[in-house]
Design a protein around this ligand. Structure first.
Ligand code: FPP
Length: 253
């Protein structure tokens, strides 16, 4: 057994290592409902949601899935009650401070995407620190979408490209899908193979609008804080049964 195989020995036997997604994205929905069902305040759901995310990140490492992207806060989430928004901002900061050392040890490379300049200063500082301290790590690429909106991302890419055209650095004919993708926040990590959404909602909710064009979707009724390895295993089994054609015909020569 090679060192790499022994590292991946936890992979459930019914999963085909060759057919694992290379990039999984998650919409972590249902924290509030989970808390309500337990008779707890909504914020307790977010706290438990962090544990579920941490477990999933570790699972990606154990099973050899190279990239995980999580939707932590959307551009629309500012419309939540002020106390909840404040709690989330403080939670992100605290989690980053608490988990950074372990992420460094586990070789995770963390990046944040979204309109980060509008986040509280102290959170921006933790984000910068965590990105710079993990930027050379060769392990799991962990992307956290924070103050992220898919439409906003597309608009900022258009602006950046338009500016280059205005400056004469680009011709309109130079603009193609590959060039456009390079102007998205996710340029270095690519498109997800699999999108998982918890709590049964059948929506994309302004997440990775461009990047999800050909992703497989897995929607489960499970609320995010209850999303565990067994659930992830089910999602991967389901994914491995899919016939990914990317708009072509099966077995096309
Ligand atoms: C959606 O559930 C969840 C969120 C808006 C927050 C998700 C954030 C985390 C799990 C923390 C991640 C932390 C780091 C540092 C990456 P909801 O509140 O919309 O649930 P509901 O639909 O039941 O109300």
């Amino acid at each position: 057994m090679t060192a790499k195989q022994s590292l991946l020995q936890d992979l459930p036997a019914d999963l085909d290592r060759q057919l694992l997604p290379k990039h999984v994205a998650v919409i972590m929905d249902g924290n509030g409902r989970w808390a309500k069902r337990q008779g707890l305040p909504r914020i307790m759901g977010h706290r438990r949601g962090v544990d579920a995310l941490k477990d999933l990140l570790r699972c990606c490492k154990d099973w050899g899935i190279p990239a995980l992207t999580a939707y932590a806060f959307s551009t629309e989430n500012w419309g939540r009650p002020l106390e909840e928004v404040d709690f989330l901002m403080t939670l992100f900061e605290r989690v980053l401070r608490r988990e950074l050392e372990e992420m460094v040890q586990e070789n995770v490379q963390i990046q944040f995407v979204g309109n980060l300049g509008a986040l509280p200063r102290s959170l921006q500082a933790e984000i910068e620190r965590s990105m710079s301290e993990t930027k050379c790590n060769p392990g799991t690429r962990f992307t956290v979408a924070t103050n992220y909106g898919g439409r906003q991302e597309i608009v900022q890419a258009c602006r950046a490209i338009a500016l280059q055209v205005q400056q004469g650095l680009l011709q309109p004919d130079d603009i193609d899908e590959a060039l456009f993708s390079r102007h998205l926040y996710t340029a270095s990590v690519g498109d997800p193979d699999l999108l998982i959404r918890t709590s049964g909602e059948m929506r994309i909710s302004n997440f990775l609008l461009w990047q999800l064009a050909y992703s497989e979707m897995y929607i489960t009724e499970t609320l995010w804080p209850d999303f565990d390895r067994a659930e992830f295993h089910r999602a991967l089994c389901d994914y491995q049964k899919r016939d990914r054609r990317f708009g072509k015909v099966k077995n096309q020569k």
